[in-house]
Design a protein around this ligand. Structure first.
Ligand SMILES: [Ca+2]
Length: 232
């Protein structure tokens, strides 16, 4: 057998094996189930504020970089974080916002980059329900995250920038699959492996984009490779 063909056959088996493993392990629940809430035992549905930065996080992320944030008062309506009205915007660093609002008693849920905050009210009429799966009852002022911190990359109510191509609330720069509305977090590693293997098998990304069937050896039936891993 020609060494080239032998190598190609080995690659085919590696491809099939890894694809099967990725399919089994890489399946994720749709990300759109997030931005959820529930009302607590005191019946208070007024939650506080959502702050959504109008630009992407600094690289590397920094809590001392200044952003402009849209301010949205939010309520919990029908188990969804819902816009109540608009308050315009504010400029500041993640550090300054955290410092100011914790001093006012707020419980702050933040994304890793510091571009998205949910400020949950406390005091006389505290919100005691859950926010993105986190139970707020009795929680003191402070900074909190969720079990998967990237869940909080999903903006819940309003924003126009950064761009969100698939409309799932995760801006492109915070979305692990920017053209798949069912994937917003938790898919980077398996998707990237799957994508790289696909590109390698087909002898380069151009062969996929231009759909070179002989290079792809009959393995690649669609330009978009599976529901969670589009070629971007
Ligand atoms: Ca998105």
């Amino acid at each position: 057998m020609y060494p080239f063909l032998h190598r190609r056959k080995n690659r085919l088996w590696i491809f099939i094996t890894v694809f099967a493993v990725v399919l089994v392990l890489g399946y994720k629940q749709p990300a759109n189930a997030d931005c959820g809430c529930s009302i607590g035992s005191n019946g208070i549905y007024v939650m506080g504020y959502e702050f959504s930065a109008t630009s992407c996080p600094a690289e590397p992320p920094s809590d001392t970089k200044s952003y402009t944030y849209l301010i949205t008062p939010i309520n919990c309506v029908g188990n969804k974080i819902t816009k109540f009205t608009s308050y315009g915007d504010i400029s500041g660093t993640p550090a300054s916002i955290i410092s100011f609002y914790t001093s006012k008693g707020y419980r702050i849920l933040r994304n890793p980059g510091g571009t998205h905050f949910l400020l949950i009210q406390n005091g006389t009429y505290p919100f005691t329900g859950s926010v993105v799966g986190l139970n707020m009852a009795g929680l003191p002022a402070g900074v909190y995250s969720t079990d998967s911190p990237e869940k909080l990359n999903q903006y819940c109510t309003q924003f126009s920038n950064p761009i969100d191509q698939d409309g799932d609330g995760y801006p492109d720069c915070l979305d692990c699959a920017a053209t798949d509305p069912n994937s917003g977090y938790g898919c980077t590693a398996p998707c990237e492996k799957e994508r790289q293997l696909y590109i390698e098998f087909c002898g380069g990304e151009n062969n996929i984009i231009n759909w070179n069937e002989s290079q792809c050896a009959g393995m690649c039936k669609e330009q978009n490779f599976g529901p969670t891993c589009p070629i971007q």
